[in-house]
Design a protein around this ligand. Structure first.
Ligand SMILES: O=P(O)(O)O[C@H]1O[C@H](CO)[C@@H](O)[C@H]1O
Ligand SMILES: O=c1cc[nH]c(=O)[nH]1
Length: 234
């Protein structure tokens, strides 16, 4: 039991899927896991443990933004022994050839800053996905016939961005999409010897302003959940 996760150590699996939205965690656990049990509800940040194809899996919310993700990922790794952490998140697309509901597999995560910036100081550490997870996720997406893209994403500190010039630079440098947690998840995985990947679904488009409603973001991104599960146990 930790300050933010009211579970016993054995209640949390070594493989953890992390959506930002705790209600997406509930939906994904009820939809894809057998016998899901709620193992955390401290501050409403829901976590569930069940099995998928016989493998124990926890699906636990991260909250929005890297400081929130950092609290849960630190406790999951350091106190509960999590070894594989896969973010299942929504993102905004930044390239013309990417459509709503496409899946983005984040090979790298650029940022202006992360909660680890104070540790890295002048070093621009490049937070990477785990290659084995990434390769397995690509295979899973291809098997499912899911429209997917592999490349760099941007982990932002703010949702309401005031830097159109920065977006233009990222579009020009091939960044696929923007979200708010992956870079710090990759930093923490590198620091603690865990495996991490972000599997994202496009919920809105920065270039054409299309957007899905919040209900769809909460409980309809099934491809990304199944891709994450297949990758974790490949
Ligand atoms: O849908 P989730 O996983 O929360 O991810 C995205 O959505 C939130 C912003 O609406 C941020 O957390 C961003 O990273
Ligand atoms: O962080 C996010 C998530 C979804 N869409 C965005 O534009 N930003």
């Amino acid at each position: 039991m930790t300050i933010h996760i009211g579970a016993a150590r054995e209640d949390i699996a070594e493989t953890v899927l992390m959506p930002g939205d705790p209600l997406r965690a509930e939906w994904a656990a009820e939809t894809f896991l057998s016998d899901p049990v709620c193992v955390n509800r401290v501050r409403g940040m829901l976590g569930f443990t069940g099995t998928w194809n016989g493998h124990r899996v926890t699906i636990h919310g991260s909250g929005m933004g890297m400081p929130s993700l950092s609290i849960y990922a630190n406790e999951l790794i350091r106190d509960f022994g999590a070894k594989t952490l896969i973010r299942i998140g929504s993102c905004g697309a930044m390239q013309e050839d990417i459509a709503l509901r496409d899946v983005i597999l984040a090979m790298t995560a650029s940022s202006l800053s992360t909660p680890s910036s104070g540790i890295f100081r002048e070093l621009n550490f490049a937070p990477p996905a785990d290659f084995g997870l990434l390769r397995a996720a690509v295979d899973a997406a291809e098997r499912r016939g899911a429209r997917h893209h592999v490349g760099g994403i941007y982990s932002a500190d703010v949702f309401y961005d005031e830097r159109p010039d920065l977006n233009e630079i990222m579009v020009r440098h091939g960044i696929l999409g923007v979200e708010m947690e992956a870079a710090e998840l990759y930093n923490l995985a590198a620091r603690h010897g865990a495996r991490a990947l972000a599997v994202l679904t496009v919920s809105d488009h920065l270039l054409n302003e299309q957007a899905l409603p919040s209900e769809d973001r909460q409980s309809s991104f099934g491809d990304m959940v199944e891709i994450a599960l297949e990758a974790a146990f490949a």
